[in-house]
Design a protein around this ligand. Structure first.
Ligand code: C2E
Ligand code: MG
Ligand code: MG
Ligand code: MG
Length: 282
């Protein structure tokens, strides 16, 4: 025991910490290279309404690493946020999502769909963000009414006035605004009413046990009610079972995303998925 404790005490040159730092530096260099080599891609996860129709998709970033295969955002988005790499990465994602919207607009199956794109705090607070969005829209020719940006609570608490002004500008362009992971942040209800939002997205942590844990059920239902009171739409994320879906429907939730419908899909798989669903409807 004494030996184990000794091994865990801080040392000046801790080889384990050194290894972590090296791995991070390697990851950062790889990511920079990946961005340059166009090794990033988007997958699209369907979003459906209570009638089961596909109404849109969320664009989710993936990194096709030359040696490691597909790497998920949990492994590189936090690092990208720390290093600032999220700025070019986020710009790339927005551009790729808008290009996909234009491709969807050409086909009747997908022409109505709305594209939701995640925006990181650093990206949103960058002084040129709105200008960048406009540039991407102009360059791709995407319809701003079909674009929805997913923001998170944490990024909206600082500089309330500037944040609202920026959101208003985005809304004036025609872009929709959704509050992602809602319920996990620290937003006060009083400022929620002054944010020009269109949608609340109930975080998946409340959906997971919505049928088992009465507290999660109460929170999910409260978010649905809150969205109605504030005149916003509401979407549940992480819906995995039909029982969860029908519970949420019976409590007034209108839109859903989760493995119950589909995992995030590569563009061609997504097109196929939508096509099959449209054929089944007719
Ligand atoms: P998010 O925006 O909350 O996205 C939802 C995450 O939940 C996605 O993970 C999705 O694959 C996963 N998910 C969807 N349905 C289910 C389900 O039924 N069960 C479970 N267990 N999970 C489900 P993913 O793709 O790994 O993305 C993780 C996070 O990375 C995202 O969370 C978002 O915060 C961030 N992210 C992804 N793409 C981007 C991007 O382009 N830009 C920025 N800034 N962040 C991104
Ligand atoms: Mg999201
Ligand atoms: Mg989310
Ligand atoms: Mg999340």
């Amino acid at each position: 025991r004494a030996k184990a404790a000794g091994r865990n005490t801080m040392r000046f040159f801790d080889p384990e910490m050194q290894a972590v730092a090296t791995a991070r530096a390697r990851l950062e260099a790889d990511l920079r290279q990946g961005l340059q080599d166009k090794d990033l891609l988007l997958h699209f996860q369907p979003q459906v309404n209570s009638a089961g129709r596909i109404i849109g998709a969320e664009a989710l970033m993936r990194w096709q690493h030359p040696e490691r295969g597909i790497v998920f955002p949990a492994e590189f988005v936090p690092l990208a946020e720390e290093t600032g790499l999220i700025l070019p990465l986020g710009r790339w994602a927005l551009q790729a999502a808008c290009a996909q919207l234009v491709a969807w607009a050409r086909h009747p199956d997908t022409a109505r769909l709305v594209m939701a794109v995640n925006v990181s705090a650093r990206q949103f607070h960058h002084p040129d963000f709105v200008e960048e969005v406009l540039t991407v829209l102009r360059y791709t020719g995407a319809d701003p009414k079909k674009l929805k940006l997913e923001l998170t609570e944490g990024m909206l608490v600082e500089d309330m006035e500037g944040t609202v002004a920026k959101m208003v500008e985005l809304k004036e362009i025609g872009i929709g605004l959704s509050l992602d992971d809602f319920g996990t942040g620290y937003s006060s209800l009083s400022y929620l009413k002054s944010l020009p939002l269109d949608q609340l997205k109930i975080d998946q942590s409340f959906i997971r046990d919505v049928l088992i844990d009465p507290n999660d059920a109460a929170i999910a239902c409260a978010i649905v009610s809150l969205s109605h009171i504030l005149g916003l739409s509401v979407m549940a994320e992480g819906v995995e079972t039909e029982a969860q879906r029908s519970f949420l429907v019976s409590h007034g939730c209108q839109a859903f995303q989760g493995y119950l419908f589909s995992r995030p899909l590569a563009p061609e798989q997504f097109r196929q998925y939508v096509h099959e669903r449209v054929m089944a409807e007719n």
